[in-house]
Design a protein around this ligand. Structure first.
Ligand code: GLV
Ligand code: MN
Ligand code: MN
Length: 410
């Protein structure tokens, strides 16, 4: 095992030991505390911002920057994970950044570096993704961000129901100073596990990413009437689950009729029956439908059609529908010059040209980086957003080598 491999394994087990890092959970907060310890051990100046993102700053030529703004190269990814998720999605991008700056000699660092751990990239808790990077890139105001509410009662853990309440609770444990300067990003690099099978199946080591798909996400709340499951005759029920069944048939029918196949990746991720009980008629439920891909027109057409049919057909079954649009993403083509830079730095490894079906903080960082932002992939065993997610340490080390070269070439 190389020194780099050992450091990566140590970080993965130390930070990963806290367990599944659902945004603002006890486990995520503990992982953030551990990450901050490690950043400080590397001599980074550590801050948080109003959205709960963490920044570890390394100053070029070892000169602390006391001015109220600084130019940086950003490196990182998200610290949170989906419920039941693994240890690698997100964390790999942060840890490989730490390992890279540990290895590069200080005199070779000509630009300030910010290692960033984004908060709430996953849409699990709030139904919207990349909230930390949306805040950094000014796509959402602090007032709107703090007011966002949890998408499902599963995330009511007593830490509050809004982003702001949950963040304040977690910050009591984290105790970090607020970032007190403006950060101007020159570029941002996000190493990430592939989360799918293509690198492993093709025996390649680095995925060079040219575009990132975007999601549309919609939440439907279906309201019927709850009641005793033994006393209310079947003929007079308004079962919200019957409404869901209709919604599901509409969803399946549309996929078939529009001949969507793999052109859009759609998902019904949440079916949340309020006060579910074995002996209660489901009176109210919420469900989420997402669609993602590179074809924005197709995405919009599918979702418009779905919403309009659901809103017409469910009331016919005496089920009320409330529709909330949670997210309206736009697919992104990355700056070809930056993609080429990644390609050149990765050329000694077998590479695969690909696009990303998953969303990434890179999409939002790209909006504010002078020279753009880029994500690149290392292999994992093909499964992600699952506990069995796994990437080899030696493959994470490849991401570190690429970062080291990128840092030295700035
Ligand atoms: C991020 O994990 C996503 O859902 O794309
Ligand atoms: Mn993810
Ligand atoms: Mn991710």
């Amino acid at each position: 095992m190389s020194e780099n491999d050992e450091y990566i394994s140590y970080l993965l087990s130390y930070i990963g030991e806290t367990g599944n890092r659902v945004a603002f959970s006890k486990e995520e907060t503990q992982a953030k505390i551990r990450l901050v310890n490690e950043m400080k051990k590397l001599g980074l100046d550590v801050y948080t911002d109003e959205a709960g993102n963490i920044y570890g700053l390394l100053y070029a030529n070892n000169e602390k920057n006391d001015s109220d703004s600084m130019d940086v190269i950003g490196i990182g990814s998200h610290i949170d994970s989906v419920p039941g998720g693994g240890n690698f999605d997100g964390l790999v991008g942060i840890l490989s950044g730490l390992a890279a700056i540990k290895t590069v000699k200080k005199e070779e660092i000509k630009e300030n570096i910010a290692i960033i751990a984004f908060e709430c990239e996953e849409s699990s808790v709030f139904g919207k993704s990349c909230l930390g990077s949306k805040f950094i890139s000014k796509q959402i105001s602090i007032e709107k961000l703090r007011a966002i509410t949890i998408v499902s009662s599963d995330f009511d853990d007593g830490f509050g129901l809004t982003y702001g309440e949950k963040l304040d609770e977690c910050n009591k444990y984290l105790q970090l100073p607020l970032l007190n300067k403006i950060i101007n990003f020159k570029t941002f690099y996000e190493p990430h596990i592939e989360q799918g099978p293509m690198l492993v199946d093709s025996n390649k080591k680095i995925g060079v990413i040219s575009s990132i798909a975007a999601p549309i996400r919609v939440k439907f709340t279906l309201t019927g009437k709850g009641g005793h499951d033994g006393t209310v005759p079947m003929t007079s029920r308004r079962d919200a689950l019957v409404g869901f069944n209709e919604l599901y048939n509409i969803y399946r029918g549309l996929r078939h009729r529009m001949d969507i196949n793999d052109r859009l990746r759609t998902n019904i991720g949440v079916v949340d029956i309020e006060n579910a009980s074995i002996n209660r008629i489901p009176g109210k439920l919420s469900t989420t439908v997402s669609a993602r891909g590179l074809d924005e027109n197709l995405m919009n057409k599918f979702m418009e059609e779905l919403i309009s049919r659901v809103e017409v057909q469910l009331p016919d079954l005496n089920i009320e529908v409330h529709t909330e649009r949670l997210e309206q993403g736009k697919p992104l083509n990355l700056n070809p010059k930056l993609v080429d830079k990644i390609r050149k730095n990765a050329e000694k490894y077998p590479t695969l040209e690909m696009w990303s079906g998953a969303g990434h903080d890179t999409v939002y960082m790209n909006k504010i980086c002078k020279e753009g932002a880029a994500v690149f992939f290392i292999p994992n065993t093909g499964i992600s957003h699952e506990n069995s997610e796994y990437a080899k340490t030696e493959d994470i080390t490849l991401a570190c080598h690429i970062l080291e070269n990128l840092i030295k070439s700035e």
